[in-house]
Design a protein around this ligand. Structure first.
Ligand SMILES: C[S@@+](CC[C@H](N)C(=O)[O-])C[C@H]1O[C@@H](n2cnc3c(N)ncnc32)[C@H](O)[C@@H]1O
Length: 209
């Protein structure tokens, strides 16, 4: 298989696959405001920078590091951004479980998408009152649902890349089937979402303490 040049990674993984999730970030920004986001396990998914003027990306993959090392690779952010100030983009090549050099409670939005237990290891960077966007691909929404510091505030589903957020029937989400017991140990061991009665593509939580 031909290796994708670093400069083309965003097009290859996100534009060609119609998986930018831009409309999701736009809705979150409109609803909850905020300027600074943290995206552990981002790979080269730089879409949040179209909406949020300050973004900190973290990934342990050297390929992501090569992408971010050259601003020419993401010059398209300037053309597509929805705010007037210059985009501030920081990248850390790091294992987010070990920690990154960013202040505690310094971000308004923490993003967890297909990259393990971001909510668990990076919660302390999120302001109290800030928002967690999470999916359950690796069990991180399950983990957040068990964390008393997070309050589940809405969920979203997508059709052809367009997300609809809702807070209807909230009490029907994260409901387990009677015969199975969900614990943090289960989530840590299995690293995948629990089989709940009702599931969504993404979940939104607020850090409440
Ligand atoms: C499947 S990709 C998802 C990329 C992006 N979040 C998205 O939704 O398109 C998972 C990424 O998370 C990164 N990752 C997983 N665990 C990590 C960790 N502990 N520290 C830093 N990066 C991690 C991987 O290197 C990989 O680039």
């Amino acid at each position: 298989m031909a290796k994708v040049p670093v400069a083309k990674l965003y097009n290859h993984y996100y534009i060609d696959r119609k998986f930018e999730r831009l409309n999701l970030f736009r809705q979150l920004k409109e609803k909850y405001g905020g300027t600074r986001v943290l995206y552990p396990g981002s790979y080269v998914h730089i879409t949040p920078s179209f909406v949020y003027p300050e973004a900190v990306y973290v990934d342990k993959d050297p390929e992501a590091s090569r992408f971010f090392a050259n601003p020419a690779n993401y010059a398209f952010v300037d053309k597509r951004k929805h705010y007037s100030e210059p985009a501030s983009i920081t990248f850390h090549e790091a294992d987010y479980q070990i920690g990154i050099n960013e202040p505690a409670q310094s971000v308004d939005l923490l993003i967890s998408q297909y990259a393990g237990f971001v909510s668990l290891h990076c919660k302390h960077y999120l302001k109290v009152g800030g928002i967690l966007l999470v999916n359950d691909s690796h069990g991180d929404a399950t983990m957040a649902s068990l964390d008393e510091d997070f309050q589940f505030i809405e969920y979203g589903n997508q059709v052809e890349g367009k997300y609809t957020l809702s807070d209807m029937y909230m009490d029907t989400y994260f409901v387990t089937k009677a015969e199975t017991e969900l614990t943090r140990e289960w989530a840590l061991k299995h690293m995948r979402g629990f089989k709940f009665r009702r599931e969504a593509d993404v979940y939104v939580f607020r850090r409440i303490k």
